[in-house]
Design a protein around this ligand. Structure first.
Ligand code: FCB
Length: 455
């Protein structure tokens, strides 16, 4: 046993998202979201899986909260479903939708867990997508209205608010490569979506701050972008481009620097950025108390004139080759490289100083085929993944990074977007036929980590 101890007050918790676990897709006035539509589009999601039932958390939340409390979790990051709260995106608020999050918040607080609310984890009301979705400015304004409605109900008990989860995915996968809802494939739309998501964040953050929210943040899936060859100037150029499209396009405006000139020049070659209006960058730069960071795997790139680029990185064909994942891989085919997490944390701390950080997601999908004597999942590979990444996080802290907490993805096996239910990230196994929850070995391991505040 080694001596890896985390700082006093380090937040240990877990994360989920509404569409991935709630189910009850047509209950209590919930409207359709873009994921309800997308999951019904032939070929879009593995074997046509949908979130209609998912983990049935909408009805089983009390059991799930009790389970998290039993594991010793101190914080729980969940997302609120916009179409539950405002079914058509713009019209009346549905009180029954808010009632659910009210009950969930009370249950968490009663069990000693701190609720961390994410306002948008990808489930845009379909009615708003029909009016242009994130490619139009009005969606940002409606997001701020919805955020205020949620705060109006939960703001007396919830201290930590994050506006968006991974706007990179919403914009580039949703509107660029089309592998996520709403499944559009248009580079210009991807950039329009980036901007309107950021604007929505800024408007919501300002509104929530004025309403008295204590801790305000956003969660980004920043990429640890590395060159194939550290000595190559062409590869360094590819890193600059990909880092700009993935990281700096979000981080710079969020922290007050506006869009980076090189990124704006790249975007302008694809679409006229007339959607960026005077004053927008100021709105986006609403003060942040916390930056949430989701990390799974690094990204390696080479600079090549014959590079195929990436559909989620508009304008990189003919300039960038994304290297296939190497080394040990998770079930998602993502490489396991904890050092990438330490690099990322240190880079963000160095380039954007003064911003408290939290790992709002980290975890791995594994086949989960090894069983123990009781028939439980003996997921040594997931334990090793989490252990390695926690050590990397600890190293970053030791080097001065202001890291406040760690939330494992995920508490439960759940609907893994385009992969449906076939990829399991949970530390708790879910039998989708019976909805029975069974902690895996990783859950018991995590329980001990939390109890001793270290490894
Ligand atoms: C992240 C998402 C989360 C989950 C994990 C595996 O990109 O935020 O919902 O799907 O990946």
């Amino acid at each position: 046993m080694s001596n890896v101890r985390f700082p006093e007050g380090f937040v240990w918790g877990g994360a989920t998202a509404a569409y991935q676990i709630e189910g009850a897709a047509r209950e209590d006035g919930r409207g359709p979201s873009i994921w309800d539509t997308f999951s019904r589009t032939p070929g879009a999601v593995f074997q046509g899986h949908t979130g209609d039932v998912a983990c049935d958390h909408y009805h089983r939340y009390a059991e799930d909260v009790a389970l998290m409390a039993d594991l010793g979790l101190r914080a729980y990051r969940f997302s609120v479903s916009w179409p539950r709260v405002r079914p058509d995106g713009t019209g009346p608020v549905e009180p029954r939708g808010l009632d659910f999050y009210d009950r969930l918040t009370d249950a968490l607080l009663d069990a000693g867990l701190d609720p961390i609310v994410t306002l948008y984890h990808w489930d845009l009301p379909q009615a708003l997508e029909d009016r242009g979705g994130w490619t139009v400015r009005e969606t940002a304004e409606h997001f701020a209205e919805y955020a205020l409605a949620v705060h109006g109900r939960l703001g007396d008990r919830v201290r930590t608010w994050t506006t968006l989860n991974e706007p990179w995915c919403s914009a580039y996968l949703g509107y660029g490569s089309g592998v996520h809802a709403p499944g559009r494939r248009d580079a210009g739309d991807a950039f329009r979506a980036v901007h309107h998501l950021l604007l929505g964040h800024g408007l919501a953050a300002r509104a929530l701050r004025a309403a008295g929210a204590e801790t305000l943040g956003i969660t980004l899936n920043l990429a640890d972008v590395q060159p194939a060859d550290a000595g190559s100037a062409a590869d360094a150029e590819a890193v600059r481009l990909v880092d700009g499209l993935h990281n700096r396009i979000f981080l710079d405006p969020l922290t007050g620097g506006g869009y980076p000139a090189d990124v704006l020049a790249h975007v302008s070659r694809i679409v006229a950025p007339d959607f960026v209006r005077d004053g927008d960058e100021k709105l986006i730069a609403a003060p942040l108390d916390l930056l949430g960071l989701n990390y799974y795997a690094p990204t390696y790139v080479a600079g090549r004139a014959d590079g195929t680029g990436g559909a989620a990185y508009p304008g990189t064909a003919g300039a960038v080759e994304f290297l296939p994942p190497a080394g040990p891989l998770t079930e998602m085919g993502w490489s396991i490289e904890p050092a990438g997490l330490a690099r990322l944390l240190e880079r963000v701390a160095a380039d954007y100083p003064g911003l408290p950080l939290m790992i709002t997601e980290n975890g791995g999908a594994f086949p989960d085929t090894d069983l123990d004597e009781q028939g439980g999942v003996a997921d040594a590979d997931r334990v090793a993944y989490l252990d390695g990444h926690l050590r990397a996080a600890h190293e970053a802290i030791a080097r001065g990074v202001d890291l406040r907490g760690y939330l494992v993805w995920s508490v439960l096996d759940n609907f893994e977007w385009a992969e449906g239910y076939r990829k399991r990230f949970g530390i708790v196994h879910v039998d989708y036929l019976t909805q029975r929850r069974t902690p895996k070995r990783s859950a018991r391991w995590y329980q001990e980590v939390i109890a001793r505040n270290g490894l």
